[in-house]
Design a protein around this ligand. Structure first.
Ligand code: DAH
Length: 347
């Protein structure tokens, strides 16, 4: 009997001394495993006289149960400690500032487009879109630019082998919109356009916004008033506008619109130096425009655009160029390189 009390006391000491679950399991194996000390004691019962076996067996079983209960209690305690330790180690400091959560911003060209869209939207212009892969008819033919017309040479066009092309301007959306809906109509058409051209002021892909308004009795005065208002809204009320005669196959008469130079304010000088963006003229060209050529209406006249009854104005502007001039950026490439250091300046 003393033997057993001694064994239990030693087992309990070891159990209490085990510092983690792994150590505790070793203790369990040492006492209760197949070759454990208490197991061995049970096995040795066979050597006792039959009459003593039940009493001795009861004592050993009681000892075994005591050790088992101690093991279980220690296991629970060690598990609880482990959870507590993990909770402390993994504690989240909710007051730490987040990482990698820098604020984004819209690209300057997108900002310019959205401003122009909002401005014309308030004036009642819808937004129209068209495909970037176009047919000759929409990009040239229906815009009064027949084959072999010299104006085609001005558009360095990317052609596909099947004769289709990447649109060189947003003007084809004029034709698509008029074919899709009748007059009256007022819309702007923003989008990407493509030309085989690449230097510091030209990119093979750039952005334009087309404008078109058709109704009965639309005059050149409407065109001037609309664009003058738009330029003042975009660039500030002190901006002056200036229309100069020009030529586009799809408008007659045609004009180029100039506004007071954003950089020099119209003086043509920057301090003592000549102002480069406006070539010292004090004026910056911002878009092409004109009255829709009756020849263009001829292509869509069955959709309610009888050239004898309706008239309209159209305009087209380069969004990248406007953003470039407005922000005084000296190389168009910056807009397309995605360099965060450059883009951050516009957030
Ligand atoms: N499509 C012309 C270009 O890309 C721009 C343009 C000029 C559009 C006059 C127009 C317009 O609608 O009336 O150069």
């Amino acid at each position: 009997m003393n033997d057993h009390a001694d064994l239990v006391a030693r087992a309990l000491l070891e159990i209490r001394a085990s510092a983690d679950l792994g150590g505790l399991d070793e203790v369990r194996v040492r006492w209760l495993g197949k070759k454990g000390e208490l197991t061995a004691a049970l096995k040795s019962l066979g050597a006792l006289p039959v009459a003593e076996r039940p009493a001795a067996g009861g004592r050993i079983n009681a000892a075994k149960e005591e050790v088992q209960a101690a093991l279980e209690a220690r296991r629970l305690e060690l598990e609880r400690r482990q959870v507590d330790a993990e909770l402390v180690a993994g504690r989240i400091d909710v007051t730490l500032p987040g990482r990698g959560e820098e604020r984004g911003a819209l690209h300057p060209v997108t900002q310019a487009r959205l401003r122009i869209e909002a401005l014309f939207g308030r004036a009642g212009f819808d937004i129209a879109v068209g495909p970037e892969i176009e047919d000759d008819f929409y990009n040239f033919g229906a815009l009064n630019i027949p084959e072999n017309h010299p104006a085609r040479a001005l558009h360095d066009t990317f052609y596909f082998p099947d004769g289709r092309l990447l649109r060189t301007h947003t003007s084809p959306v004029q034709i698509r919109s008029m074919l899709a809906r009748g007059a009256p109509l007022a819309l702007i058409a923003p989008g990407r356009v493509y030309r085989c051209d690449h230097d510091i002021t030209h990119s093979p892909m750039f952005h334009q916004i087309e404008g078109l308004a058709v109704d009965t009795n639309i005059t050149f005065g409407d065109l001037k008033g609309t664009l003058d208002h738009a330029m003042k809204a975009l660039f500030g009320s002190s901006v002056k506008t200036h229309f100069r005669p020009s030529f586009f196959p799809f408008t007659e008469p045609s004009a180029e619109l100039y506004v007071t130079c954003f950089i020099c304010g119209g003086s043509g000088k920057r301090g003592a130096d000549p102002c480069r963006p406006c070539k010292q003229t004090g004026w910056i060209e911002v878009l092409g425009c004109g009255m829709v050529d009756p020849n263009v209406f001829e292509f869509v006249k069955d959709n309610g655009y009888d050239p004898k009854k309706v008239s309209g104005f159209a305009f087209g502007m380069g969004v990248d160029r406007l953003a470039l001039l407005k922000y005084g950026v000296d190389d168009l490439q910056y807009f397309f390189q995605g360099d965060v250091r450059f883009l951050q300046q516009f957030s």
